[in-house]
Design a protein around this ligand. Structure first.
Ligand code: PLP
Length: 387
């Protein structure tokens, strides 16, 4: 039985050639390919600075550190995300809180954010950073979030792990108009891949400088950044507590190649999304809604079961699809319901929209290499199961 996964990378002969070329060169870790990849992503997004990292989780951590998130601070994000969007605050010793999602887009709800900010201001508990997550590839309402950021004085880190290649108000996500920092992930299930990998992009030179420093142990070889005179050509100074969050040149060379394919990848995802929408309309499902400001990268195609009109549970539908070789997945288990977060004091019921969404959601197969025939198999199988 052929297996159809929910996500899958596309690696072409030219990708392999690019990686092989690095393996034959003098540089394996951070070298010329990193600079090429960083420049290429910055150019694509129309933003000044890009810093490649070993994964997006590391990039989120670096962004929080570069924005001086400390133990006295609070960071807010969406409950409908991968745990990394919240964990980055805990790495800095800061507190985490969540803002419930919009039931139409499944993104952090800007109106709920505004209400929570009004309350937090009265209590003196405003966040230092808010991380909107562009769920499934569609941008959040960044214009409103940026307006609130000005009004209430917080920084914005966009978690765009799902959405490189997506657009908001006709500009590429990552351009920096409405966010201080944008994070991309290049994990194999995402839009483009470097195996593991991430990128931080920003319009602020000081954030990029700080992120580069912390990416490599907090060590500098730039005499201009040292606290005293250099002792010679071997000399470096550790001036902050950093990490080893570097990407390799092997990965970056793959990234440069993948980026050249990005627009093709997105076009195909757009086509597949349109085809799902056309062919699933008569089933007892809620299909994803697109805001007119957004051109989604379509990392995920999430359907919601109308459980009232179906005789099966979500689990039964997923298991039937798996038995038919269609390895659908579910995104996301609301972060605040994870045992670790329950231990921090969060409770089931805290974010009802995200919880209700989670009970019904299924991510259907969505990737560049998914053929029309395979997609028809997914649709026909789902139809059989639901009827
Ligand atoms: C994948 C993902 C991450 C983490 O990315 P890694 O590159 O695996 O560290 C963070 N946030 C979101 C929303 C993601 O989907």
């Amino acid at each position: 039985m052929p297996i159809i996964p929910y996500a899958k990378q596309t690696i072409l002969a030219d990708d392999i050639a690019a990686v092989t070329e690095v393996l034959r060169s003098d540089w394996l870790t951070q070298g010329p390919a990193i600079e090429r990849f960083e420049m290429a992503v910055a150019n694509y997004c129309g933003v000044a600075h890009a810093v490649a990292t070993c994964n997006a989780t590391a990039a989120l951590h670096l962004a929080c550190r570069a924005l001086d998130l400390t133990a006295n601070d609070i960071l807010w994000t969406s409950p409908n995300t991968f745990v990394a969007s919240a964990n980055c605050a805990l790495y800095c010793g800061a507190k985490v809180d969540f803002v419930d999602i919009d039931p139409a887009t499944f993104n952090l709800c800007a109106d709920a954010l505004e209400k929570k900010l009004q309350r937090a201001k009265k209590e003196g508990k405003l966040p230092r950073i808010v991380i909107p997550v562009h769920f499934a590839g569609q941008s959040c309402d960044m214009e409103k979030i940026a307006y609130l950021a000005k009004q209430y004085g917080f920084f914005v880190i966009e978690d765009a792990s799902h959405s490189i290649g997506g657009y908001y108000q006709n500009k590429p996500i990552g351009n920096g108009q409405y966010a201080d920092v944008t994070i991309f992930s290049f994990h194999p299930v995402k839009i483009i891949t470097t195996g593991e990998g991430g990128m931080l992009v920003t319009k602020h030179a000081n954030i990029a400088t700080q992120a580069r420093l912390l990416r490599s142990h907090g060590i500098t070889r730039d005499s201009g950044m040292m606290v005293s005179e250099t002792e010679g050509p071997w000399y470096y100074q550790q001036i902050d507590q950093g990490y080893n969050y570097r990407m390799t040149d092997i990965q970056a060379a793959l990234g440069v190649r993948q980026l050249q394919q990005l627009n093709e990848f997105i076009k195909r995802r757009q086509y597949l999304a349109k085809r799902y929408a056309e062919k699933l309309t008569d089933l007892p499902l809620q299909l994803p809604v697109q805001h007119h400001d957004c051109y989604s990268a379509w990392h995920l195609y999430v359907i919601q079961l109308q459980l009232e009109n179906i005789k099966q549970s979500r689990r039964e539908v997923v298991e039937s699809l798996h038995q038919a070789g269609i390895k659908v997945n579910v995104h996301y288990i609301p972060v605040h319901t994870q045992p670790y977060y329950q231990q921090l004091g969060f409770r089931v019921g805290d974010y009802p929209v995200a919880e209700n969404y989670y009970q019904r959601a299924i991510s259907l197969p969505m990737y560049y290499g998914l053929t029309d025939v395979e997609q028809d198999t997914v649709i026909a199988t789902l139809r059989d199961i639901l009827q």
